[in-house]
Structure formats: structure tokens, C-alpha cells
Design a protein around this ligand. Structure first.
Ligand SMILES: NC(=O)c1ccc[n+]([C@@H]2O[C@H](COP(=O)([O-])OP(=O)(O)OC[C@H]3O[C@@H](n4cnc5c(N)ncnc54)[C@H](OP(=O)(O)O)[C@@H]3O)[C@@H](O)[C@H]2O)c1
Length: 250
């Protein structure tokens, strides 16, 4: 069953990892996809791969901490594909790590900008376009970090990722009656560039009841559920796709 036939989806952080896997999966399920990230060569090759599989895709290169990037993505989605039905606001980065009292205010602000403010900036560009066409759905990549665990040195990142839980509730309060759904996706450790080297991945695997980290495709499948009408009564909510990290203390 194709779960996004005829839909248009914006996916941020689509140059690698979870976002790239989601772009491929959403396109395979019939969505026209708009890929957003800074690395334009990586975006172009992701678009080529999707088109080679018969999908419809375009790239918008830009920084998600800038409002204009989201405006451009929405404009491109409408001009080329006729609207915006789904926004997977997935881009993020760990940023500066360290004990909180040693984090400079500027470093804190950078982590919040990349992981939380960027999601707000996406929201404010995407929602008006969705409302104009009668509704839409937003999915935000949060994390197990900051929600089910605190990890040493990851205070700013965890705070930003926890903030996304408040954002989805706020969007729900403001826009559920207008046909907008918003949900957070909380991956556990996932085998992407962000997961670090083999030793770091092995350490992360031990934090999960399943004793492994996810493949990016597994997180993309959870995003597909939240993006599609399969989750039509799910909003203001959170989906843990975390190999049992939140459920089991080891
Ligand atoms: N991997 C994990 O263990 C894990 C666990 C839980 C949650 N997450 C979250 O999952 C999401 C995707 O990460 P990933 O694991 O797939 O890692 P990744 O491969 O490093 O992907 C991160 C993506 O975000 C984009 N990005 C980062 N900062 C950006 C900015 N300022 N402007 C535009 N794009 C930006 C990157 O693109 P460019 O560099 O091309 O801009 C890249 O496409 C992130 O929100 C991350 O926090 C990851």
C-alpha cells in the first residue's frame, strides 16, 4: 500500500541519515518530496537517486536556522508540486558538547537554533500553506536524549529536543481544529553520521533494551506513519522509536 500517494512532503535534513532515508521512503510511497539541507551536492545526488527510482523530488539548499530557507522550500513545493501536505522537520545537530556550566551562551544559542528554533521557523512557513489547502501534518525529529535520558555533555541538545515536545503541543492547541496535526518522533541511537565511530555506536547500543541502535530506514518508517493518514487521530503526541530505551532501565 502506498501511504502518501498524491501528497507533497518537505523534509529537512535530507542530505544524509534519517532525512535522506525518509525522503526515499516517502517518495516510494507516492509523495513528491522537497529535500532541504545545506550540502547541495549531497542533496542533488539524493534527488537523482529518487528520480532514478521513478519518484518526484527537488532540492532546496539552505540553512534551517534562517527563516528564508523555509519560505523557499514552501514556495518551491507549491510552485512545482502544487502544495504542502507534510513537513518532516528533521534537521538537527548535537553542537557544542560539555558540562552545562562550561557552555558559553553563544554555544547554547547555536544548539537551540539548529534543533528548536529551526523547527519553529519551519512551522511558521509551512502551516499557512497547509491551512490554505485544508490541512496537513507536521513531524519533528526529537530524540531519546532530553526526553527519556540525560546524557553527559548533551545538556543543550537535550533541552532543545525536549522543547520540541512543547512545540507539538502548542501547534496542536492552536491548529488542530484547522486540520493540522503535529507530532514528535523520538529516535533512539541511529546509525548515521551523528552516531560517531564504532566505539561510540557500541556504547550507544548498550543504552537500548534491544542492544543495538536503529538503521535510519527504521526511523523513516516511524516518520512515515506519523506523516500519513494511518495516524489520522494522532496529534500533539510523541512516538518513541527507541529500541526500548525509555521503557527499560539497564
Ligand atoms: N543519529 C542518532 O543517534 C539520533 C538519535 C535521535 C535523534 N536524532 C536526530 O535525528 C535528526 C537527523 O539526524 P541524523 O541522525 O540523520 O544525522 P545526520 O546524518 O548528521 O543528519 C543531520 C541532517 O541535518 C541537516 N542539518 C543540520 N544542521 C542543519 C542546518 N543548520 N541547516 C540545514 N540542515 C541542517 C544535515 O544537513 P547538512 O549538513 O547538509 O546541512 C543533515 O541532513 C536530527 O534532528 C538528530 O538530532 C538522531
Amino acid at each position: 500500500m502506498r501511504m502518501l500517494d498524491g501528497k507533497v512532503a518537505i523534509i529537512t535534513g535530507a542530505s544524509s541519515g534519517i532525512g535522506k532515508a525518509a525522503a526515499e521512503l516517502f517518495a516510494a510511497h507516492g509523495a513528491s518530496v522537497v529535500l532541504v539541507a545545506r550540502r547541495d551536492a549531497a542533496l542533488a545526488s539524493a534527488v537523482d537517486e529518487i528520480e532514478a527510482q521513478g519518484g518526484r523530488a527537488l532540492a532546496v539548499a539552505g540553512d534551517v536556522t534562517e527563516a528564508g530557507t523555509h519560505d523557499k522550500a514552501v514556495a518551491a513545493a507549491r510552485a512545482t508540486f502544487g502544495g504542502v501536505d507534510v513537513a518532516f522537520n528533521n534537521a538537527g545537530s548535537v553542537g557544542t558538547m560539555g558540562p552545562l556550566a562550561e557552555i558559553e551562551p553563544r554555544q547554547w544559542a547555536e544548539v537551540l537554533a539548529a534543533n528548536l528554533t529551526a523547527a519553529f521557523l519551519g512551522t511558521r512557513a509551512q502551516i499557512p500553506a497547509m491551512i490554505e489547502q485544508g490541512g496537513g501534518t507536521l513531524v519533528f525529529t526529537s530524540s531519546f536524549v532530553g526526553n527519556s535520558v540525560g546524557l553527559p555533555g548533551m545538556g543543550p541538545y537535550g533541552a532543545a529536543k525536549a522543547g520540541l515536545m512543547g512545540l507539538v503541543r502548542g501547534i496542536t492547541a492552536d491548529y488542530a481544529a484547522a486540520g493540522i496535526r503535529a507530532n514528535a518522533l523520538l529516535p533512539g541511537g541511529t546509525a548515521t553520521d551523528m552516531a560517531g565511530d564504532a566505539a561510540q555506536r557500541e556504547w550507544a547500543a548498550g543504552l537500548h533494551a534491544m542492544k543495538r541502535i536503529a538503521r535510519p530506514e527504521e526511523i523513516a518508517q516511524a516518520a512515515l506513519f506519523l506523516a500519513s493518514d494511518m495516524s489520522s487521530f494522532v496529534t500533539g503526541s510523541a512516538l518513541w522509536a527507541d529500541g526500548g530505551n525509555a521503557a527499560v532501565k539497564l
